[in-house]
Design a protein around this ligand. Structure first.
Ligand code: BG6
Length: 519
């Protein structure tokens, strides 16, 4: 797939200083005072992502004044022991700042909760009202559900039954609920979850997270496509040969076997992150940069996905599972040997999918979506492979092959845009030299950078849903994947569909067949 990456020269791009204060781009406005209620406050997500993100926002003046953070969990803790735990978490995340910590810590509170007990939520409601009065947070609240998925429904409903979702009533200001992925496990369960949320919250109050959307380089896809007139005219079937979207990882399943065994790569990465990257790459320009207009266009991409002929699944989909191998010279075990994984597990940890969009712009252009764990490198990127020149006047001297242009939007860890094209190699002999022009985000920007969770939290406080999934998109994405999942999980031949690959490689050999299969 990396046809042009063997380029022999690079050129860099400079970004002119337009005199914009970088801080002005970080947090454009401050939200209303509010309380962020974290359900699952003693869990991993809170320690690794949420508290470090909130503390960073606090350091960059990105939190409202006043703000409160109320952690809720089953563990018996006092406010002070919760603060100690969070101090520890910040230290581990390398984010601790001694001089700023005391003021931030004063905004941290803890309440014990039984997640499935109605009375417990009534107690929480009383407690939140008292805190509002004491700290003047005006009844504005975000309920961040950082819990295992099986508790999403009961937590949301019990928040609602405790009167905490009704905006403008009983001392409430605005009320928002944040739901982490996975949003359901198939089309049916996604719809059920949505119905249960809507019993107490309306769509404007529901924030379905996809942390990929909040990555700077992912947000840049729309800027790049629609703030430049250069690329859009060639962003279609006439000029594009294929598109490759990949999110590969070196990490294995880690301590998440309980979840991952049920999810597998298709639910973990494709239903959400990969579909969003596809939508941003393929969508039409909305008339205005507004949450609903952008999401309307994304939904049209999901609607245009050509259903897989499930009887020929292998021509469109390769599934794999990592075997033992080495990552950065360290030996790593096979997936089936990981703690908590069934030794006969058929859960895929790798998938490559060839999809087509049945619309005017993209007819017959394959989109290869690839994601997997324990692969050779961590790479997230979108590559647009353009067609070769229609006629080569250099044929006699150079032969038929002239590498085609390739534009790569590097999402992570190389946050860059590269364009590869041909030039003449200096000298008397006629020789072509492919060169790559690079733009690195870090190269020309020195201001603060928002981590994805910081962006998600800011947008939620501001009520901006641009970077969150809307239910129609969720359903379209599941509608495409569910028949594939059903077929993969129900067929007798499940074991044959799964190719074991050595950890530290680029995945199963079978992907070659998919890449070469013209259809
Ligand atoms: C998460 C998945 O949503 O995304 C993980 O559950 C995966 O399995 C992670 O490792 C990848 O995210 P990132 O930001 O590291 O590419």
């Amino acid at each position: 797939m990396n046809q042009n990456t063997t380029s022999q020269a690079t050129a860099s791009v400079s970004a002119p200083d337009l005199g914009i204060d970088p801080k002005a781009c970080v947090a454009p406005e401050r939200s209303d005072p509010c309380t962020i209620v974290i359900m699952g406050a003693t869990g991993d997500l809170t320690a690794r992502k949420l508290i470090p993100a909130l503390f960073d926002l606090y350091l960059n003046d990105g939190l409202p004044e006043p703000f409160l953070i109320v952690g809720c969990g089953r563990t018996q803790l006092e406010d002070q022991s919760f603060r100690d735990k969070m101090e520890d978490a910040l230290g581990k995340a390398g984010k601790f700042n001694r001089s700023k910590w005391p003021d931030f810590a004063a905004a941290l509170h803890y309440r014990v909760i039984d997640y499935e007990n109605r009375e417990s939520y009534q107690n929480l409601a009383n407690s939140l009202r008292n805190l509002d009065k004491k700290f003047n947070t005006r009844g504005n609240r975000i309920f961040y559900i950082a819990l295992p998925p099986k508790l999403y429904t009961s937590a949301a409903q019990l928040v609602g039954q405790a009167g905490l979702s009704a905006e403008g009533k009983n001392g409430n200001g605005w009320s928002r609920i944040v739901i982490e992925k996975p949003f359901g496990t198939n089309l049916k369960t996604a719809r059920e979850l949505d119905r249960s949320l809507h019993e107490y919250f309306n769509e404007q109050q529901i924030f379905r997270i996809d942390h990929y959307l909040a990555k700077e380089t992912v947000q840049n896809v729309l800027m790049f496509r629609f703030a430049n007139s250069l690329f859009e005219p060639i962003w279609n079937r006439r000029y594009v040969d294929y598109v490759s979207i990949m999110a590969t990882e070196t990490l294995g399943v880690e301590h998440r076997a309980g979840y991952y065994e049920q999810a597998g790569v298709l639910r973990d990465m494709f239903q959400n992150h990969m579909m969003q990257l596809l939508a941003l790459t393929a969508m039409e320009p909305p008339s205005r940069f507004e949450a609903d207009l952008v999401r309307d266009e994304k939904t049209k991409v999901f609607q245009a996905l050509r259903p897989f002929p499930v009887e020929n699944l292998q021509d469109y989909l390769v599934l794999g599972q990592y075997g033992a191998g080495t990552i950065n010279t360290d030996p790593v075990p096979a997936y089936r040997e990981e703690p908590g994984v069934n030794p006969h597990s058929l859960t895929p940890t790798f998938a490559m999918m060839k999809v087509y969009l049945d619309n005017w712009r993209w007819q017959a252009v394959p989109f290869y979506l690839t994601s997997g764990k324990r692969l050779a490198k961590k790479i997230t990127e979108i590559a647009i492979q353009f067609k070769t020149v229609p006629h080569s006047m250099f044929r006699r001297t150079l032969g038929e092959t002239i590498l085609a242009n390739r534009l790569t939007l590097g999402i992570y860890p190389d946050e860059k845009i590269t364009l590869t094209f041909q030039t003449k190699n200096p000298g008397a002999v006629v020789c072509l030299r492919p060169v790559t022009m690079d733009f690195h985000y870090q190269q020309s920007y020195t201001g603060p950078v928002l981590d994805a969770y910081e962006k998600v939290l800011i947008d939620c406080m501001l009520g901006d849903q641009m970077l969150f999934w809307r239910q129609d998109g969720v359903e379209r994405s599941w509608a495409f994947l569910t028949p594939i999942l059903n077929e993969c999980e129900a067929c007798d031949d499940q074991a044959n569909l799964l190719h074991v690959y050595e950890s530290g490689t680029m995945g199963p050999q079978a992907i070659e067949k998919l890449l070469n299969h013209k259809n």
